[in-house]
Design a protein around this ligand. Sequence first.
Ligand code: FAD
Length: 418
Amino acid sequence: MSENHGILIVGGGFAGAWAAAAATRAVRAAGARHPVTLVAPHDDLVIRPRLYEAAPHRMRVPLDRFLSPIGVRRVKATVTVVDTAARSVTARTPEGAEARWPYERLVLATGSRLTAPRVPGAEHVHAVDTMEAAVALDAHLRALPDGPATAGRYTAVVVGAGFTGLEVATELVTRLRAIAAPQGARDEVRVVLVDRGGSVGLGAGPRAVIEGALRELGVVTRMSVTPVDVGRDGVRLSDGNRIPARTVVWTAGVEAGGVAASLPAARDRLGRVKVDPYLRVGGVDGVYAAGDVAAAVVEDGHLTMPSCQHAIPMGKYAGHNAAADLLGGSPAAFAPKGYVTCLDLGAAGAVFTTGYERRVELTGAEAKARKRLITERWIWPPLDDAGRILEEADHLVLTGGRRVSPTPARSVQAFREG
Ligand SMILES: Cc1cc2nc3c(=O)[nH]c(=O)nc-3n(C[C@H](O)[C@H](O)[C@H](O)COP(=O)(O)OP(=O)(O)OC[C@H]3O[C@@H](n4cnc5c(N)ncnc54)[C@H](O)[C@@H]3O)c2cc1C
């Protein structure tokens, strides 16, 4: 067994990166020198909320520009097993070597993934949930003009009319038109949104706005059906109809998979690990979980949503609490500020809602401007500047640097004072 990794963060997404920064902030505030280590299989933090856009390869930042300035050690590896009794993890390096590392406190932040489609022909299906998948879809779309001029050359079927499916479908209209127009085929572009539910997602609040946007963009909806067979050139639906289409994008179903399953912990229906208000994994000493892999109870008994909006503050609270636990400080109960959604509707604008019942607050260009603020500015982490990174790692600072309370770093201060 090799050197102790101190506070070990598993996962280099939004929750993991912010957990590492928050743990570092708390360790420094306590005048301690415990190491903070982050292990992830990739070199970059992927800005997943923008993977439905064109040129998705741009949606990343090097983890080292966030972690190195604050002295967090990064190890490139995939954790395969967490042994909570021995307080160690087993990890596989990119070269295939296996290592076992002890930890003092662990923050699990391994995110979520698309549930693999269980349909014949699933190998023809595209996705946008990972950088690799989004880049492959982008390359596929750009190559469409080089393929045979079949009936469904510029038709895309998007499976799942939830948050991601709606963003993909509305944006694909613009993306496909940009690709088809130089070939004189702009009018051949067709986007079909398929869902086994009876209506598009996000509930009754924004439904009329969403349906209006789909109509405006010419997106065809096929509700109460599901694909039963996918081929290179089309999709057969459960009602017997076949849609000729060169592109199928699957967005339905998300799960917290992988290493989370190795924890001896209770899970919700998405496989997420249940955590207490301090983001401790129930019944497992020294282990915290944050982001899409964790389910915490928030306002009015709702569970956290797989979203950056929750992953970023959860990471900060989990990192802070792991350090507080280790150093004898006070933990802080996770208290996110008001749930909102901002759904991109492509060239038809966006819709911004508040509350879990999703009251519509902004639509059209105003909502689009809010969406841009969130995805083009607020969720991108500060880079290279240790002072700013540690300042924003405070769990009382919201995404984008807005402070929620005038009290500076209340609980860090509390545990520094003993
Ligand atoms: C197309 C799309 C649009 C979205 N739009 C929005 C939006 O508008 N608003 C919003 O709030 N959210 C949105 N989301 C959701 C948001 O991206 C996620 O909720 C967020 O990325 C979760 O952060 P995370 O850190 O929990 O997980 P991730 O960002 O997925 O990071 C997980 C990390 O863990 C690593 N990892 C996984 N397994 C292991 C392992 N075994 N060992 C080591 N490392 C591991 C991964 O490589 C990755 O670094 C969207 C997602 C998608 C795909």
